[in-house]
Design a protein around this ligand. Structure first.
Ligand code: KG4
Ligand code: ZN
Length: 348
């Protein structure tokens, strides 16, 4: 256990999708972040296959925990608390992490915190940029979620302002990549292709930006269909499709809507701090445009480094650490997995 005056050492488990992430955090200091991924096993299916992900978590769990401990130079006996993603995510995948975390917490005799994956995507930023200003606006953009949140207190009060009504932003990247014959997951290759393309080449639609549309909700399904139709039409006409131009124009449409709505949420709520998290926050154009628009609006922007934007164990440990610091009660020993855990539930 931590000696008086030292901060708690928190071991975090993340298994909500295809990454087995084990992180160790002391206070707000990142000690290690070990990752195993089953990404390659899903690639030929064009999306994550839940059964394959669960099996991979099971196989990777103990070696990844050992790697995280070795990287941090600590032993299991040094761990003061365990945190685990309880939801949202794939039920079978979540269950592997929850079962493992429970076993470690029980064996070590330390408290267990079941946490919300989305809140953890926000909390991870504290490892690099210090304590989050409260209130902040948070925008979470991943393969499973796209939402704008008002965060008065990251440990216990997170309020949804808006979310996607169909596809998540990352899902749109993944589907458009498929249309363009780019590998899965689609975000990184589209980001790369777009560097050589013209973002104004094709005017793709900006969903839910009309005067009567919900201010902070997103829709990316129409955009994805528009890209697929455009590519089909070019192919039918025998025209060569410029992958960089399509990638850049698609990416611009996503980034334009995301950043405009996030800045709008800050302005409407009188909040001058924005944090962006989730896998899509790794996107280079999103980072650039968000910075430009925040600078223009007098908003302080915080985005974690790319590695910490995608799923990892450090983010779970970071939120666990925040909960320990705030004195939030640990989870009950019968903690379970909740595939649709609402964002308002920061810890279970
Ligand atoms: O947060 P994350 O690792 O897992 C989920 O919780 O979903 O996000 C994965 C998503 C994928 O859809 C992937 O295509 C997207 O993040 N992504 C990106 C980039 N890197 C990852 N999207 C756009 N640009 C990127 N550079
Ligand atoms: Zn995620």
């Amino acid at each position: 256990m931590a000696e008086a005056g030292t901060q708690a050492l928190v071991l975090g488990f993340e298994t909500s999708c295809d990454e087995t992430g084990i992180g160790l955090v002391r206070g707000r200091t990142l000690l290690s972040d070990a990752l195993a991924t089953s990404m390659a096993e899903h690639e030929r299916f064009g999306g994550v296959v839940p059964e394959i992900a669960s099996r991979a978590h099971l196989e990777a769990m103990v070696p990844t925990v050992h790697r995280a401990l070795a990287d941090a130079g600590v032993g299991l006996g040094d761990v003061d608390a365990v945190a685990v993603t309880s939801g949202p995510g794939l039920t079978g995948a979540l269950l592997v992490g929850v079962a493992a975390a429970k076993a470690y917490a029980l064996a070590l005799g330390v408290p267990l915190y079941g946490v919300n994956h989305l809140a953890a995507h926000v909390a991870v930023d504290e490892l690099e940029h210090g304590r989050l200003a409260e209130p902040s606006i948070a925008m979470l953009v991943s393969g499973g979620h796209s939402s704008i949140l008002l965060v008065p207190d990251l440990a216990q009060d997170v309020q949804p302002l808006g979310q996607t009504i169909d596809d998540a932003a990352g899902e749109a990247f993944d589907k458009v990549a498929r249309v363009l014959d780019l590998p899965f997951p689609g975000g990184p290759p589209i980001d790369r292709e777009a560097l050589a393309g013209d973002p104004r080449a094709i005017a793709f639609p900006r969903g839910l930006t009309g005067p009567r549309d919900a201010l902070y909700d997103f829709s990316f399904s129409g955009l994805k269909t528009a890209v697929a139709r455009w590519v089909e039409a070019q192919q039918r006409a025998g025209t060569t499709v410029s992958v960089p131009d399509v990638a850049a124009s698609f990416q611009e449409a996503v980034v334009d809507v995301l950043t405009a709505k996030a800045v709008r949420a800050c302005r409407d709520h009188g909040v001058d701090h924005l944090v962006i998290g989730g896998g899509v926050a790794a996107n280079s154009r999103l980072r650039t445009v968000a910075q430009e628009r925040c600078d223009a609006a007098g908003i302080v922007l915080r985005v974690p480094s790319r590695r910490l934007c995608t799923d990892n164990g450090a983010m779970v440990a970071a939120l666990g650490s925040r909960l320990v610091e705030a004195g939030v009660a640990p989870s009950a020993p019968d903690l379970g997995a909740d595939s649709s855990l609402p964002i308002t539930t920061v810890s279970v």
